[in-house]
Ligand binder design. Structure first.
Ligand code: SF4
Length: 748
């Protein structure tokens, strides 16, 4: 592909942007042939220590960043932050290392006629972006270009991407990698509570006398949250529902190793026992919920024998589960990917919510139906990415919402689409069908993380134009791009994240991005000007200016944060949980849970019991593929596709460097597989070589492979929850065979 010669669009953008933004940031000053004003120092003192939120998981720990001559040189956990109080997991301690990796993207790269990516200057890159995407839209319609974002960017950047894409470029379809982790919880909460509203505060980990974890392994996946459980002074009962004997299950009072994806039957069975024995909170149900009688009728079909057969658990274990809940005065229910990444995840999440509602375990200390989020700003994505929800948890299909948001942003309401977007999997499907021809992928590595990877690689190859905006040129997705835009990472830009307990915290620029890499925020601004919609986004002049716009958008919503006056207040308060409407006394803002007044967000103020019958596993085991494959996080030192944590030699040492598969001793003996020998795991879609780890953590007939390795998603089966469209990564059919002598991982 040749670089376009006409640079007028970019030059127009430069001129307009310079007029509007006033003093330029050092990011923009470094654009070659661009703004030419030299470097501007960061707003922090050169040898200061400042604190900011970690950029990996949704716990939202605060890290103290120690600066020398204006550059971050080291990290330690903040002792005065209410989330982590002086602790961090290995990823947090190594947070700066990925920034210094030699494979950082340092200039835009354009694929030429020789098929290779070569460096180009920003003007060429921006012109190419605009020219190619506009040409696709002119030929195939506005909907033929889509974007995929991420829960790793600050809310301000997510909102700007969504506004630029949907209100400026006329794209209808945009989704994010939060579809892979949190979509199920979003749908479950919206239907049950009337708004996507995880109700808890982390103090609930310490105040429960019974904690129920379903499909969650906080010991490994959210270790600082698990630390809060360990601080609980009430000697709580800890119940874990997980087919695998995870680290959390090993520490539990009771582990319920239900068969994969039988959790819905188990929860209905427990609900039936609670109802039959009168262990429910009838006054709470009557005053604050609707739909209980229908729910009770549904679960009446789940007697102990049926549930025992479905789950593989003893009848007594199911009764004991219910007894624990009954005896608890403050029972909290927690779930994460084992529930969300399921073909019927929404139903399971709503069954968990139902247990909390029917026993009155919500709105009080130590209670709640609590979804733990995945990425550092998945919660910000849920409110502000402008993908499936209109900004601020509004609805694209409602004219009053479109007018309200347009008013807050000072834009023409006609610019806001009246339809929601296709979900991630539907965007992929539309590429396959030739309806989407251009794709803009921002800070996510779809070619590694998407379910059934081999299909996706083929599908990405069909695009007329693929743009990847990322910190690294080496991701599997960037390697397939026609154009790579080099982006700054966490620590190289400003903004806010929202953590799992709805706490908004600051991220800051404490390091300079290398070469010509720019903060995503400024890449979006340059594109907006070059596209011709910069005028519409004139008030979106800086991350903090965008934050103020977003607070206004939330006015009157359940997530109303109009009481937050700016970044200084967030800093001073050590993070602020939503909601915080204007006029809320600051002393009331420290740590809060939702629904303390028993009012939910549906128009009648009541929560709803939602329920459905269990569905069959999308891909059951067979004689040819006799094992159920479980996938999940295997180490607290690694993050998702290893794009960043894989850059740290220390973190690599703390986790397994080569793929491995956990195999029960009974199965290993039957297959003649010895410990530490190499095997091949095969599904109907692909295969991976792995070292055999013979262990009773998995039950006979099940195997476990960590999610971090690139080949894991060559095995997974592309099934989705019908309502949330979240991929079901956790259970498909595979077989395991010994590898011939001398063969090792990667050689199949
Ligand atoms: Fe805390 Fe998560 Fe960062 Fe670890 S990765 S330090 S648990 S926010």
């Amino acid at each position: 592909m040749d670089a376009p010669r006409d640079r007028s669009a970019f030059e127009r953008a430069q001129a307009l942007f310079r007029q509007r933004t006033g003093p330029l940031t050092d990011d923009l000053a470094r654009v070659p042939g661009g703004f030419g004003l030299g470097q501007v120092p960061t707003r922090l003192a050169p040898d200061a220590t400042t604190s900011m939120i970690c950029g990996f998981c949704s716990t939202g720990c605060s890290l103290d960043i120690h600066l020398r001559r204006g550059e971050a040189i080291n990290v330690s956990p903040s002792v005065d932050y209410p989330v982590n109080v002086g602790t961090a997991c290995p990823k947090g301690w190594e947070a700066l290392t990925p920034l210094r990796s030699p494979d950082r993207a340092t200039s835009p790269m354009l694929r030429g006629k020789n098929g290779k990516l070569s460096p180009v200057e920003w003007p060429t890159a921006i012109d190419t972006f605009v020219t190619r995407f506009k040409a696709i839209q002119a030929r195939y319609g506005d909907e033929s270009v889509a974007f995929l974002g991420t829960g790793q960017m600050p809310s301000e950047e997510l909102a700007l991407l969504g506004a630029l894409g949907k209100f400026g470029m006329g794209l209808l379809h945009g989704d994010g990698n939060t579809r892979q982790c949190m979509a199920t919880a979003v749908v479950a909460y919206k239907e049950s509570f009337g708004f996507d509203a995880p109700p808890y505060t982390y103090r609930d980990f310490e105040e429960s006398d019974v904690l129920v974890f379903v499909g969650a392994n906080p010991c490994i996946a959210h270790p600082i949250m698990w630390g809060r459980v360990c601080k609980n002074p009430h000697r709580p009962a800890i119940l874990v529902v997980d087919p695998r004997r995870t680290e959390t299950a090993m520490a539990a009072t009771d582990h319920y190793p239900a068969l994969p994806k039988s959790d819905l039957a188990l929860l209905y069975g427990v609900a039936r026992v609670l109802i039959e024995r009168g262990w429910i909170d009838r006054p709470f149900i009557d005053a604050h919920t609707t739909g209980f009688d229908e729910f009770a009728a549904r679960v009446a079909d789940f007697p102990l024998d049926r549930v025992a057969a479905a789950t593989g658990l003893e009848r007594g274990a199911i009764e004991r589960f219910a007894e624990h809940i009954h005896r608890g005065k403050r029972v909290s229910f927690w779930w994460t990917m084992g529930v969300n990444q399921s073909h019927e995840g929404v139903n399971v999440a709503q069954a968990i919510i139902a247990l909390a509602l029917m026993t009155g375990n919500i709105g009080r200390p130590g209670t709640g139906a609590n979804s733990i989020t995945g990425q550092c700003n998945a919660m910000g994505s849920r409110l502000f990415s402008n993908t499936t929800n209109l900004l601020g948890g509004h609805d694209f299909t409602r004219e009053d919402h479109r007018r309200k948001v347009a008013g807050a942003l000072d834009i023409d309401p006609e610019r806001i689409p009246s339809r929601g977007s296709l979900a991630y999997d539907q965007i992929i499907e539309a590429i396959l069908k030739g309806k989407i021809r251009g794709l803009w992928v921002v800070a996510t590595n779809s070619a590694h993380s998407w379910i059934n990877q081999a299909d996706l690689h083929d599908i990405l190859g069909r695009l007329d134009f693929l743009v990847v905006q990322d910190m690294y040129t080496t991701t599997e997705t960037a390697q397939r791009a026609h154009l790579v835009l080099p982006a700054a990472g966490w620590g190289e830009k400003d903004g806010t994240f929202i953590n799992s307990e709805r706490r908004i915290g600051l991220v800051k620029k404490v390091a300079r991005a290398p070469g010509q890499a720019l903060a995503d925020f400024y890449i979006f601004k340059l594109i907006a000007e070059a596209w011709g919609c910069g005028d519409m986004l004139r008030r979106w002049s800086s991350p903090e200016a965008v934050f103020r716009l977003l607070t206004e958008v939330t006015r009157g919503q359940p997530c109303d944060i109009t009481g937050i006056t700016g970044y200084d207040m967030i800093e001073k308060m050590r993070g602020v949980q939503w909601p915080l409407p204007e006029g809320t006394p600051v002393e009331a803002a420290s740590e809060r849970r939702l629904f303390e007044d028993g009012r939910f967000f549906h128009a009648d103020g009541k929560a709803r019991f939602c329920h459905a019958d269990p569905e069959r596993l999308p891909e059951a085991t067979s004689a040819d593929y006799p094992f159920t494959l479980l996938t999940g996080r295997a180490s607290s030192s690694q993050w998702h596709t290893l794009t960043r944590t894989g850059k740290s030699s220390l973190l690599r040492k703390l986790g397994a460097s080569d793929p491995y598969v956990e195999l029960n001793p009974v199965d290993a003996a039957a297959l003649g597989i010895a410990p530490n020998t190499h095997v091949v795991v095969q599904s109907r879609r692909g295969q991976m070589a792995a070292r055999a780890f013979i262990t009773r953590t998995v039950q006979p007939g099940q195997v476990f492979v960590p999610m971090h390795f690139a080949r894991t998603n060559q095995l997974t089966f592309a099934a989705f929850d019908r309502r949330s469209r979240q991929p079901a990564y956790k259970a498909c059919a595979v077989r395991v065979k010994p590898l011939p002598d001398g063969k090792r991982s990667g050689e199949v």
